[in-house]
Ligand binder design. Sequence first.
Ligand SMILES: [Zn+2]
Ligand SMILES: [Zn+2]
Ligand SMILES: [Zn+2]
Length: 399
Amino acid sequence: MSIVKVLNVGQGDSMILKHPDDCNCGEHEKTILIDLGPGDGGRNPKVGGIDYDITNRLNCNENLHIFLTHSHMDHINGFRFFWSNWSKLNRISEITVPCYHNQCVLIAEALLKLKGVQNLNPNSVIDTLKQILINQSFLAWMSKKKDIITYAYEGKPICEHITCLNPPKFYVPTDGYYYDYDRERFYRLADDLFMPEFAEKIKYFIKYGRPYKKYEDTDEDYWLEVKEKHSMEMKESRFRFVAHFFLENQEELQLFNWESTYGNYRKLYRNYCKYAHKACIVLKATFGEDTMLFTGDAERQVFERLIKEGKYQELSAEYLKMPHHGSKYNINLNILKTIHPKAAIISHGSRYHHPNKSTTDLLRQQNIEFYLTNDAIKKGQLPIYKKDNPPNNSFIEVE
Ligand SMILES: [Zn+2]
Ligand SMILES: [Zn+2]
Ligand SMILES: [Zn+2]
């Protein structure tokens, strides 16, 4: 019997997926972890009675395949519990990130290296972006020691039970418009926007597809080493992904350098988050009649793209991990009807007003049972969902 455990990690995501004992697919001996939670327990081991160190929920002999849906703190910071412990670290046999992962981190660094940032007081957005780079440095260090990083993209073979629906292999711009991106225009933009050293770095990226830091063995080198060979078209696609961010946000970026206010910086940060969510990993697991859709923080456009491409069967699932902690911006009636879940799980904390009332109203209107991981709302009473009878036949557990 396969099993999915949705862990209560406060504001964040972490799920454990186990294959049935009698399975023989390529992944059956591995414990699959989808995201690692916010890891707040590093500062305060017991938050509201909940220990956020997800490694405590694993057995010490497990062989781990970790999927990191995207590089945001509430999905990746739990890594700190692996860093500090060699025996835990050694059990990781594979870490899968979205194929635009390096590019998303490059955009995060670019926001930190805008000229205008020098005029800004330290703030929470800057801290968050720095944290993304700290996690990435550690991942990059690991990727150089051990060849364990792989990319996820739509159609990537994982095993007969798990399919990847997002990000697409070839980047599709949100507005459907392919910018004309001549390199000279980029070089001028880079010199205009960034501190000189970073301007050189990103110009090098534009020319060669990776930052030049690789060639100096410094701590700042955060580029993940991935051994898989990819076609020129896929490489080009990753370049476009970065190019689009700068061209779509060119006015806002220039405005921030003129008027370096926190408000203008937040706008850029929000746009970057949407980008990272557009490239977020979406997985579908199918074990006989049990099906579940793992959506990370995927943007609404991710589902709209799949619907537009007629992928109804791929999207339909009995259980749905609601995208982005139940935010109203990531789901709508049409998407929900296409997925047509029997039950939905919302993984969230008490911050950021997640889940939005309109999301839970939508689920109620559609008669979809839903479960919240947030201990603050449930006052420590976490629901455990058991599937029909017999009671020990449970596919989903929220714990
Ligand atoms: Zn999140
Ligand atoms: Zn996110
Ligand atoms: Zn499998």
